[in-house]
Design a protein around this ligand. Sequence first.
Ligand code: HEM
Length: 351
Amino acid sequence: MKSWVVSRYVDCREVLRDNDLFARDRRRVGAELPEFLQNIQTLDPPAQTPLKAVLTGALRAQNLDEAGARARGQISALLRELSARDEFDWITDVAAPVALTITSELFGVKQPDLGWYVKLSDVIARRMDSGLLPERAVAGDHARKSLGALVDSWYEDDPKPGVFSTIRETASQLDVPPHYVHNTTGVMFNASYGTLFATVSNVALALIRHPEALESLRGADRELLDTATDELIRFEGPAQGTSRVATRRTVLRGTVVEPGQIVLALMASANRDPDQFDRPDELVLDRQPNKHLSFGWGAHGCLGVAFGRIAVRELVLCLTQSPPLELAGTPVRRATATVRSLDSLPVAFRR
Ligand code: HEM
């Protein structure tokens, strides 16, 4: 991958924290960035700062607890419906529809066609591996443009109150290039769908493999549910790593990194670093503190942390209120390096 790889917790956190030295925006080292790829994730401060303020403000303007309660209602209704079946696929029957419904409702936009969006988002996720498999870039760029067309369709609709209408309102008063806001809106929608899809998949499998954890969460109080949710996100987060580019010559753990060289921070590895986490390979449901890197860190850290935690907590709560899930076949991991998720997870409720 022609990259330096850091895997220790302190090193990953430092690379993500020091945006002056480790840039996201490759134009800072002379590379090109086409207009359709300019968004909150690819721009660094100061260009990124107003976009971050708009998105943060749009999320703060929502009643996230109400959104969480709605998510709980939807998940429990779906699980009740599925309990009539002998077996089902957690990925197509639960993770994808739940992630898309929750995200569309949060945004206040018409839900895109499920089959179409699942494929689109998968191609975007695969594009994240283009450092490893360059052939994935072309299809990924095409998918990004389709995501842009989806955002255009929201501008033509009359949106319900939600993240999208708040972004549209506040961004119109900002002095930033309109394509920054347009691209960022799509990126945020997909960041929510993609991470929730993967987390809902990974967490379910983790709880199937650790039935004792699910048992000890039945009837748990809110505090334990909260720490357990965060621990599941540490243990089985959706983002394995993220890359930055060195803007100056620097020395990292005795290794010289030249300007323009890529540094890959493996958050999933950092999350299992024994120097940071006691018993790193165990699910410790009441782990505190738990400063994991599953939501990233620094200038590009996740903006949806609060809602992400709520949505995953509601899923865990619904699972504690259902009969235990068990495997009805062999889970198949998705062949992606950056995103950790599953292609299929055949399950059944134990009767
Ligand atoms: C459990 C759920 C989630 C997890 C584990 C997660 C994880 C992450 C990670 C690791 C990053 C940083 C990637 C990097 O540095 O390359 C990130 C960024 C981001 N996330 Fe999340 N996310 C979650 C949910 C959400 C939700 C629900 C939203 C929106 C409602 C969201 C919006 C974003 C945005 C906009 C960014 C880009 C921030 C930037 O580059 O400045 N995320 N997320």
